[in-house]
Design a protein around this ligand. Sequence first.
Ligand SMILES: Cc1cc2nc3c(=O)[nH]c(=O)nc-3n(C[C@H](O)[C@H](O)[C@H](O)COP(=O)(O)OP(=O)(O)OC[C@H]3O[C@@H](n4cnc5c(N)ncnc54)[C@H](O)[C@@H]3O)c2cc1C
Length: 270
Amino acid sequence: MRSFDYHRPSSLPEAAKAFAAAPDTRLLAGGMTLIPAMKMRLALPTALVDLGGLAELRGIRAGREEIGIGAMVRHVDVAGSADVRRLIPALSALAGGIGDPQVRNRGTIGGSIANNDPAADYPAALLGLGATITTSKRKIAADKFFTGMFETALDAGEIILQVTFPLPAMAAYEKFRSPASRYALVGVFVAKTSSGVRVAVTGAAPGVFRATALESLLSEKFTPEALAGFRFPAEGLNADMHGDAQFRANLISVLTRRAVANLVAGGGKS
Ligand SMILES: Cc1cc2nc3c(=O)[nH]c(=O)nc-3n(C[C@H](O)[C@H](O)[C@H](O)COP(=O)(O)OP(=O)(O)OC[C@H]3O[C@@H](n4cnc5c(N)ncnc54)[C@H](O)[C@@H]3O)c2cc1C
């Protein structure tokens, strides 16, 4: 690893100043992605700005219609939060299924969505629930946030402060994981929200996306039978040593049906 400067600001203005002080500065959250990238020399920052001292990025706030999760909240804390489990159990289960205990004890929701790995879990939840990302500059709808593989709408130095999830009528996440990394080979987040049925898919393509054909079918009838005979098209899906595009396409249909079946059987709790 190359030497670099390290800053741990305690306010947002201090963080902005530290970020601007040197070229190639990177923000640091849990370090689960950034530190290995530095070790492999895929990232060579001249300085790191550790977000751990910023109060604005902490805590989980439950409201009547939404729940706000600070960007520095770790996966283990989302999984273990009584409020998240009560209000959006699918989100709690998703966080509890990320990686392994070491990753969940360091990794944060802000780091995960800023990184926007095409196989990461949280992007599916944000898109599936129609979340809003609050940054140091503005609010961004999840539909506009994930712009491509490892790409987001964030500007350089723009800090994610919080993610706000509107409470769904019901939601479920089904993931077919890689047995080695536990990343999603395919993950499907299904939610019935005030703006209709939303289905978000991760792991299957170069970036997270909404499966609008599935949303239309489920809007007509929210049952697994509504998807009978539906085949998700394989065009444009990922093909690698873990599975070809046809396999991933089939997983999307199967996991969506499974999520809906569980929701219907469980009266909406999943
Ligand atoms: C072995 C292993 C298994 C994993 N398995 C899974 C899995 O199954 N599912 C899954 O979803 N993920 C998985 N991950 C990734 C994990 O969830 C990480 O937590 C996540 O990718 C990065 O979060 P972090 O807090 O560690 O961010 P960091 O590594 O610190 O930062 C990642 C990037 O985000 C930027 N960033 C961080 N915080 C902010 C912020 N608040 N505002 C703006 N930019 C910010 C950083 O500058 C950096 O570019 C795995 C990781 C490992 C190492």
